[in-house]
Design a protein around this ligand. Structure first.
Ligand SMILES: Nc1nc2c(ncn2[C@@H]2O[C@H](COP(=O)(O)OP(=O)(O)OP(=O)(O)O)[C@@H](O)[C@H]2O)c(=O)[nH]1
Ligand SMILES: [Mg+2]
Length: 552
């Protein structure tokens, strides 16, 4: 389990809010998906994490309520009406408000929050300091009301400010007026995107005094219908006249209920987090990641082994062992002839090193290079492993897996050379039975030679007409003849018998060399292909887990 997730779990243990846990989940998803999923989506989610973390560090007792809307809709007038004070400039000149104005009810802790919101000190007002304590409204304690500039301004700075504070506020009061309430630009640009945040939204239809009484209801209904189309059904609509005070107590009450519940901050952050997590999940997918099948792995090892020339080396090991064994256990008179034949490993330009333990530096350069067919098999096997691992994954992850699977292939030739040259092929050890046979062969040769010398002595003595005593005999056969013939025959028979045994011995050695080489090659496949793929799968797993936490 990743540390982030552990951190998140610890937070649950400590009873910290579930918002922090969800933010932790999203943070985990962001850091694991970075570079793999679309940058824009990941950056947006990262901004949500950063914003949420910052907001959670600040006052939880305050609820930031932002008044937003078109120019002249009456934001500043509503602000003043709610505050019961003429704080914000209300004007006929459009647009009037250029800078966000803030009024805080219950000031402790609000200043830090307002600094974070970027409201300059000179635009911050403490409601309590402006009024007698008798006029304090307990229900609004904790309210930080913001009067924003207009969103439809010709001034770019206004858009930026509005967009920023619409993102930062805990709750939004969207002020519409009878002329522009159906304006498609407002609905498309601002209201529709707030569908995921409808819990923290309140819509005000201001200037209601300017609408004939008999038309008011149908206008409110029409607005309700439009909001429903925006995906904002259920969002309360309050009709007000900021100028004459109509509907202001209702609006105040609706705000007070939310402020005193102190839930808006959490609700807003949760909506932000789940919105970002949903957008990430839509591209990241939710399928469970699979593992690389064992069969695919062994296919990969086979392809790599062929490309590394393992079968050639193994064949050479078998032949060399046989030649060496025959040389050691063969009939000494003829076995020296085999010395004239080169060692198969050397004939293939494969040296066994000084001690014969492994292929030397120089020799690996003379290893046969992988053919195009072998190289193509490697590519196919790698692709199959990647396809297998990413079969169930969404497109960006499948692409990341594929990219990772080939990312280290440029190192392949070197890695395979090192694996083959670094493997102890096990051909250096001379089995004891070879030595025993060798001693025996020499004893037999010496016996035969002694018999021959004996017979030669007898012949010489006969030639010189010296008295010859009959040589000792065994079962009627003269001993020197028996020694000569028996020694030669036994030597040849022993050599023939050993040939059968050396065949088996060579096969066993070849099999063991094959096993050792494949183990080394398997390490190479793990390092160059499987591990990079697993890094991506782990990143996907962490992203999926993180998003699941964020969306729980
Ligand atoms: N009749 C009527 N006039 C209103 C009402 N609310 C505001 N006004 C007037 O409409 C004009 C604009 O009001 P503001 O409160 O400045 O509007 P705003 O939304 O703050 O405008 P900007 O700051 O330019 O974005 C002023 O002349 C107000 O007196 C209302 O409910 N009824
Ligand atoms: Mg204004």
């Amino acid at each position: 389990m990743t540390t982030l997730l552990q951190g998140a779990k610890k937070l649950i243990g400590k009873g910290t809010s579930d918002v922090a846990v969800k933010v932790g989940g999203l943070e985990q998803a962001v850091s694991s998906a970075r570079g793999r999923l679309d940058d824009k989506i990941v950056d947006d989610a990262a901004a949500v994490v950063e914003h949420a973390r910052a907001r959670l560090r600040l006052s939880a007792d305050h609820t930031v309520v932002a008044l937003a809307g078109s120019t002249g809709s009456g934001k500043s007038s509503t602000f003043n009406a709610l505050a019961g004070l003429d704080l914000a400039a209300v004007g006929v000149k459009r647009p009037t408000t250029s800078w966000t104005m803030a009024c805080a009810w219950g000031a402790t802790g609000a200043a830090e929050l307002l600094d974070w919101l970027g409201v300059p000190k000179r635009h911050q007002v403490s409601h309590d300091s402006m009024l007698d304590s008798s006029e304090e409204e307990p229900d609004l304690q904790g309210l930080v009301l913001l009067d924003l500039p207009d969103h439809d301004s010709t001034e770019v700075a206004h858009h930026v400010e509005v967009d920023r504070l619409v993102e930062l506020g805990d709750m939004l009061v969207w002020v519409l007026d009878p002329q522009k309430y159906a304006d498609a630009a407002v609905h498309d640009r601002y209201l529709k995107p707030l569908a995921s945040h409808k819990e923290i939204l309140l819509v005000v239809l201001n200037h209601i005094d300017e609408v004939p009484v008999e038309l008011r209801e149908s206008m409110i209904d029409d607005l309700g219908r439009l909001l429903k189309e925006d995906g904002l059904d259920g969002v309360p609509v309050v009709a007000t006249s900021a100028r004459y005070g109509e509907g202001i107590p209702e609006l105040k009450k609706a705000i007070a209920v939310r402020v005193s519940a102190k839930k808006s901050t959490k609700t807003r952050l949760l909506a932000d987090v789940s919105g970002a997590a949903e957008r990430m999940q839509a591209v990241s997918g939710t399928t469970k990641p699979g593992d690389v099948a064992r069969a695919r792995k062994s296919e990969l090892v086979d392809a790599f082994a062929d490309a590394a020339g393992v079968p050639t080396v193994v064949r050479a090991v078998q032949k060399a062992t046989k030649v060496r064994a025959n040389r050691a256990t063969g009939w000494p008179v003829t076995s020296w002839l085999s010395r004239l034949r080169p060692d198969p490993l050397r004939r293939l330009h494969l040296d066994l090193g000084r001690k014969g333990k492994n292929l030397t530096e120089g020799s690996r350069l003379s290893m046969p290079q992988a053919t195009q067919v072998e190289r193509a098999r490697v590519d196919t096997a790698v692709r199959r492993v990647a396809d297998d691992a990413s079969a169930e994954l969404a497109r960006p992850w499948a692409a990341a897996v594929r990219e990772a699977s080939v990312s280290r292939l440029p190192d392949l030739n070197d890695a395979l050379d090192m694996a083959v040259s670094g493997t102890n092929l096990g051909v250096s050890r001379t089995p004891i039975w070879w030595r025993v046979v060798r001693v025996l062969q020499w004893v037999l040769i010496l016996t035969a030679l002694s018999g021959a010398a004996w017979l030669a002595g007898l012949a010489l003595m006969g030639y010189l007409q010296l008295p010859v005593r009959d040589a000792a005999d065994y079962e009627g056969f003269p001993v020197p003849t028996l020694m000569l013939v028996g020694g030669v025959a036994a030597g040849i028979l022993l050599a023939l018998l050993c040939r059968v045994l050396t065949g088996t011995s060579a096969r066993l050695k070849a099999r063991s060399a094959d096993k050792r080489l494949r183990a080394a090659i398997s390490d190479v496949t793990e390092r160059l292909v499987i591990a990079p793929i697993e890094v991506e799968i782990d990143a996907y797993r962490a992203t999926r887990e993180g998003l699941a936490i964020a969306l729980k």
